[in-house]
Design a binder for this molecule. Structure first.
Ligand code: SIN
Ligand code: MN
Length: 176
């Protein structure tokens, strides 16, 4: 997160700042355009670092365990501090072909637990609240691929002590 291509807090369309630090691997998600691109045009013009083979294999294994399949080419790595959150949204900036195929999003959480909201395909649909703990994976694909979701709050000081971190990392794997 603090390496040469560092994580940053994106300013999104409309001028608001996100409540996470973000680092994209494989392809960069531009929060001004809501589009993927090879370089970080909304921040420092550096190329998105490659997706490590070990990350790609982990996501494929998790998708398999959830009786689906994913060969990801993107990982969005987000860090939430105690005040981190993410409003309800759909993940719909991947290619039309990928969305139509229903390739899942594979989400992996580490560190502090989070209250994760999972709604329907319309913003006004009822929302389910789930606590995602460190080590949990959450997979949504097929007819669930465009369901609204978000993080309403972080549960501070819930990270496993052996990780020696405060805050939450979430990695979402996708196929462009
Ligand atoms: C996201 O929707 O991109 C992140 C979800 C999470 O942090 O669990
Ligand atoms: Mn999302």
């Amino acid at each position: 997160m603090d390496g040469p291509v560092r994580a940053y807090v994106p300013t999104v369309r409309g001028g608001g700042q996100m409540h996470v630090r973000m680092l994209c691997l494989g392809r960069h998600w531009n929060g001004q355009k809501y589009q993927y691109e090879p370089t970080r045009a909304d921040f420092d013009d550096q190329p998105a670092p490659p997706l490590p083979a070990s990350f790609r294999a982990l996501a494929a294994e998790i998708a398999g365990a959830a009786a689906t399949a994913l060969d990801p080419d993107i990982c969005i790595l987000n860090f939430y501090d105690a005040d981190g959150r993410m409003g309800l949204h759909q993940d719909k900036d991947e290619s039309q072909a990928s969305l139509e195929a229903g390739h899942p999003v594979v989400s992996v959480s580490l560190g502090d637990a989070a209250r994760f909201l999972f709604g329907g395909t319309r913003r006004r649909d009822p929302v389910e609240s789930i606590v995602l703990q460190s080590g949990d994976a959450f997979v949504f694909g097929g007819p669930a691929r465009l369901r609204f979701h978000g993080v309403s709050r972080i549960l501070p000081r819930t990270a496993p002590p052996e990780l020696q971190i405060s805050g939450r990392f979430n990695l979402t794997f996708r196929r462009y």
